[in-house]
Design a protein around this ligand. Structure first.
Ligand SMILES: [Zn+2]
Length: 95
């Protein structure tokens, strides 16, 4: 898996920089050349889709495991946060 890089200077972005931008769904600015990179619509769509699917899957799993409301909420939160660690790897820039 490879992280997205700057289109202008071709330096790779750090995982944390992409991760923070994805949570805010904001443009990513290169620290070296200051070029701004808007996230593609497909990246935003994938992030939302994966989050919703994770929540739904988590709900079913929590129900099957017979977890309480609080335990289910914690389980879904942890599941969503764990999967979100991979979001920086699916970043694509708007054309
Ligand atoms: Zn750059």
């Amino acid at each position: 898996m490879k992280l997205a890089s700057c289109r202008s200077c071709e330096r790779s972005f750090t995982w944390s920089k992409l991760y923070k931008s994805l949570w805010k769904l904001r443009d990513v600015q290169c620290e070296h050349c200051q070029q701004k990179h808007p996230l593609s619509l497909s990246t935003k769509f994938r992030v939302h889709s994966i989050s919703y699917l994770t929540a739904i899957l988590g709900l079913f799993t929590a129900d099957k495991l017979g977890l309480s409301m609080l335990e289910s909420a914690i389980f879904i939160l942890l599941l969503t946060l764990t999967l979100s660690l991979f979001y920086p790897f699916i970043v694509k820039w708007k054309e």
